[in-house]
Write a protein that binds this ligand. Structure first.
Ligand code: 0WK
Ligand code: 0WK
Ligand code: BGC
Ligand code: BGC
Length: 927
């Protein structure tokens, strides 16, 4: 490539000047000044004054804005990549990590031990490391080869350091290339830089590629907690000791900077609270022509001959991969123009890469810069004169000076942005630095610091060199990720019940059942007599109306029994939704609404003029003194209609029917929905002696020995409505209630009441999940810390969503759409966490019901003095019927905690309505 100097008037003038100077006197100083002058003239475009640096800083600030904004990010050259690192170290980080440091000039494998609350300088961190060269063929080979090399190096390191391969090790991964990171432990490679051009990885998740490689290598178990850019890791390393460190910069084989940006400015990440570290990838500044007026012919040549032409323009003006080459090209050009080495050019000088950045640093080494320069030039088979050495040394100075000046302009742009973010001019900040250029180039740090402080005199800028690499920082980020993960695990574990705890709950339920049967004294489990003394025997016959006020709906049904059990009973029914304002209005409005529904049903059945005997399923705790009297003790679930508690609800319905004056009913029985369910299931299976409702509410009834009940009826058994939902109202479950459970209870319409129900029933499980997700998000463990309005909305997470989200058939994407339906946007990791939270809470609910059920069936077994009990439990309720895992876990837990009972669970077909009709038939029969 021929380069020739424009023989413009200016250069001819200079040439004449030189020869006349030479003729005048032989003083080297003069010659030297002349040489300087020559070089300066040659490289004047590389000499940047403060005005130009401020201009570059302003251009970079504009590019940063473009990169941060969602609209212009795609077109922006400077990508401003979110890193999901939301805070600098707070000293609580601790743990032992393996780390990989890939992308700088050296690939290192490290082991890092971070002890809590002891800063780096206080020796709180121990590091062992080993550098593993990466063969060129791997640098330009296939992605799998690169990561196989990495994981084999990791294995070798573990072997060498006797690290137990059987143990699961947390791994921190520093990867120094531009990556898009949806989460901390994912990194989709945008493009290679520096001297890496590995095939088949662009656009791929390099963390996953590493996981695959570790699997291929085998013999080690890693948990990759975080992947960080080296700038981020450097900031974290320095931030461990200096709380003001909020900027990280690498001036090494490549260059880049990161800083803590306000989250509301990072459009690509949801959320406005707090900060997030952004890796600017400033190496790409100028890729869109922004710096064209500062680009010299030598820069263009370096770029043209690089493995990524047109890319990383700023990096090619600044970083170690290119400085040496820039100097070589300048020297080559001046030599060709006869301005150096009397125009002699050697192949070595023509050869790319023969002058390295280490050479540039040496030529700037304070004491013996000219000596080094001569050696280097001679190593290129040149025989430089002293002037040549001065000139070449000066070229190195200009090239590396420009590099530090450009970095200073970049840092000035970042600090200016932080000033604006904090709305302060008096910024006190620390910049963490690493990279061989900064570390090994003697003049570089001083020059950089000086220019930054000159460009921003009002700022107190401290530079901290990251003593031993970025992996400490990567370990710190992993420690935070590990802590976050463990916090998440802690939260999930807080819903895990141990075998011992389940046995305790069974024992407490048993004790409460016992206490409730005694009438002398309060009991949280009310054990309400139902005045139903036997289960159907098939003698029931005739038409009955059954009314069923459950958790969410009111059902009216007409049942026609034919003599003989399991006869196909004819049944017609209609379901009426109960509006919230009716649930929480006045008692009169509620019962008027029920009477209106009954009227509509009888109309629909054309039976308005028939005074049918009716059974009324009323799914709330009622004190009964007879089958057709029921004083409501307290509302539960979503009901709180006024003037009902303490009133006989059978009378209230009768009065409402009278008020309606359209039809009349003979209400002969009121039963709890558990009792109704027991009846309708016993109609199918006479062994059914227990019934469970696991729906909006949670409750159980069972046939208790009359001798255990203070009731003088001359029957052997009576069905007892346990109202087990009240277990824990006296604090007996406080040891298993989590803070999220307490929040749900305190924010319910009946705080302190129905504690067991609030841990086990559909009315509350969704709300517990919402609160857990909310608290995880507030702690930054979920949804990137973004607390959406939806997440703040009580009741938005209906229990039906649990059943959907936990269904094994649903893929993550489908779960994502359920969350989106609730206005929640989550990453895959988030969705897995939501599934885990749903699973933990529904599992606990099922286990608690299983423990309660084990107490009931074991009591019946002991009541009957049996070693083994065969018994059927009738079940109803949307949670039991619709949740994919609830019924199985409940059954497993019951069988495990009551091993002497063979329990058959019989889902009720027609619900408790049929049961109410059966009891009405029984009652009619007894009249
Ligand atoms: C040392 C850090 C590493 C980083 C490197 C950059 O540990 O993560 O990539 O500095 O400097 P270089 O080795 O490219 O000169
Ligand atoms: C259907 C029964 C009804 C009971 C309900 C409970 O017929 O009596 O109240 O199940 O389930 P939920 O509708 O509360 O899920
Ligand atoms: C990469 C950056 C990295 C920098 C310093 C650049 O080439 O794009 O991700 O931080 O080098 O290693
Ligand atoms: C009520 C019970 C009812 C259960 C199931 C609870 O809230 O207190 O009476 O059986 O819900 O519906």
């Amino acid at each position: 490539m021929q380069t020739h100097i424009q023989k413009g008037p200016h250069s001819q003038l200079l040439h004449q000047l030189r020869s006349s100077l030479l003729s005048l006197c032989s003083d080297s100083h003069l010659i030297c000044i002349y040489n300087f002058f020559q070089v300066d003239r040659f490289l004047h475009k590389m000499r940047l004054n403060d005005e130009q640096l401020n201009d570059i800083s302003a251009r970079f600030q504009a590019e940063m804005k473009k990169g941060l904004s969602a609209e212009s990010n795609a077109a922006a050259a400077v990508k401003m990549l979110p890193t999901h690192v939301r805070s600098t170290p707070d000293g609580t980080e601790k743990g032992q990590f393996l780390a990989l440091d890939l992308g700088g000039s050296k690939f290192k494998v490290l082991q890092i031990k971070v002890r809590e609350d002891q800063g780096i300088r206080k020796g709180g961190v121990e590091i062992e490391e080993k550098t593993y060269p990466i063969p060129n063929e791997v640098l330009n080979g296939r992605g799998t080869e690169l990561f196989d090399h990495v994981s084999e190096s990791l294995k070798d390191f573990m072997h060498e350091k006797n690290i137990n391969p059987k143990k699961k090790h947390p791994l921190a991964f520093t990867f120094s290339f531009p990556c898009e990171q949806p989460t901390l432990d994912q990194g989709f490679l945008l493009e290679w830089t520096k001297d890496f051009s590995v095939r088949g990885l662009q656009g791929k998740d390099v963390v996953d590629s590493l996981r695959q490689a570790i699997k291929r290598t085998g013999g080690m178990d890693m948990e990759i907690l975080a992947m960080v850019n080296d700038t981020v890791a450097t900031m974290m390393t320095c931030g461990f000791d200096d709380k003001n460190c909020e900027v990280g910069v690498i001036i090494g084989s490549g260059t880049n900077a990161c800083y803590m940006e306000q989250l509301n400015h990072v459009d690509l990440v949801e959320g406005d609270e707090g900060q997030m570290c952004v890796s600017t990838e400033w190496g790409a500044l100028g890729d869109d022509g922004t710096l064209d007026d500062y680009i010299t012919e030598f820069d263009r040549e370096v770029d043209a001959c690089s493995i990524n032409p047109g890319k990383q323009i700023f990096e090619k003006m600044v970083s170690g991969m290119y400085l040496g080459e820039l100097v070589r090209l300048v020297v080559l050009k001046m030599a060709k123009l006869g301005l150096l080495f009397d125009g002699r050019v050697t192949n070595a000088l023509r050869t790319k890469g023969t002058i390295t950045t280490a050479h540039v640093a040496a030529m700037e080494e304070y004491k013996n810069c000219l000596g080094h320069t001569r050696e280097i030039l001679e190593s290129l088979n040149l025989s430089p004169s002293a002037d040549d050495c001065i000139a070449v040394q000066h070229i190195s100075t200009i090239v590396s000076f420009r590099s530090s000046n450009l970095v200073a302009a970049g840092l000035a742009a970042i600090l200016t942005r932080i000033q604006k973010n904090r709305n302060t001019r008096e910024l006190r900040i620390t910049i963490g630095v690493d990279g061989t250029v900064y570390k090994t180039h003697p003049q570089y740090p001083k020059r950089l610091h000086k220019v930054v402080r000159r460009l921003l005199p009002e700022c107190h800028v401290r530079f901290v060199l990251s003593e031993s690499g970025s992996s400490k920082g990567a370990a710190l980020v992993s420690a935070v990720a590990q802590r976050l993960a463990s916090r998440k695990r802690q939260t999930l574990n807080s819903f895990k019940l141990s075998w011992e705890q389940l046995q305790l709950v069974k024992a407490r339920m048993r004790a409460a059942l016992q206490a409730g049967l005694k009438t002398d004294g309060p009991s949280e489990v009310k054990m309400l007599p139902s005045f139903v003394y036997r289960t159907p025997d098939g003698s029931e016959h005739g038409k009955y109306l059954a009314l069923d006020l459950g958790g969410t709906n009111f059902r009216a049904m007409l049942v026609n029994f034919k003599k003989g059990l399991q006869q196909n009973t004819k049944l017609y029914h209609k379901i009426y939704k109960i509006p919230l304002e009716i649930m929480q209005g006045t008692g009169e409005e509620l019962f008027d609404y029920l009477a209106q529904c009954v009227g509509d049903f009888l109309d629909y059945m054309g039976m308005k003029n028939t005074r049918l005997p009716a059974g009324f399923t009323f799914s709330f705790p009622c004190e009964q003194t007879a089958l057709d009297t029921a004083t409501l003790l307290s509302w539960t679930k979503g009901f709180k209609a006024t003037n009902c508690e303490g009133h006989d609800v059978v009378d209230m319905l009768r009065e409402a029917i009278k008020r309606r004056d359209e039809f009349d009913l003979d209400i002969v029985a009121l039963v709890n929905d558990t009792v109704g369910t027991l009846m309708s299931c016993a109609y199918e299976d006479p062994q059914c002696q227990v019934a469970l409702i696991a729906g909006t509410g949670s409750n159980v009834c069972y046939m208790e020995e009359v001798k255990n009940i203070e009731n003088d009826a001359d029957f052997s058994k009576m069905c007892i409505n346990t109202e087990w939902g009240g277990l824990g109202d006296d604090g007996t479950l406080d040891d298993i209630m989590t803070s999220d459970d307490t929040e749900v209870d305190q924010n319910s319409i009946n705080p302190g009441k129905q504690r067991f129900e609030k841990l086990t029933s559909g009315m509350y499980l969704g709300e517990i999940v919402r609160r857990v997700l909310l608290n995880l998000t507030i702690r930054g463990l979920l949804f990137k810390g973004y607390v959406s309005e939806a997440l703040k909305t009580p009741g938005i997470f209906e229990t039906k969503y649990l059943s959907q989200i936990e269904s094994d058939r649903l893929a993550l994407l489908q779960v994502r759409s359920i969350l989106q339906h609730m206005g929640l946007e989550g990453t895959c990791v988030d969705i897995i966490t939501v599934k885990e939270v749903c699973g933990a809470i529904s599992r606990r609910a099922a286990q608690l019901c299983g423990a309660g059920m084990a107490a009931v069936v074991d009591k019946i077994r002991e009541n009957r003095g049996l070693d083994r009990l065969n018994i059927t439990v009738g079940v109803d309720g949307t949670l039991y019927k619709l949740h994919p895992h609830f019924s199985r876990i409940l059954q497993e837990t019951t069988r495990a905690l009551a091993p002497q009972c063979d329990v058959t669970f019989l889902p009720s077909e027609e619900g408790s309505g049929k049961g109410a009709a059966l009891i009405a038939a029984l009652a009619k029969h007894m009249q």
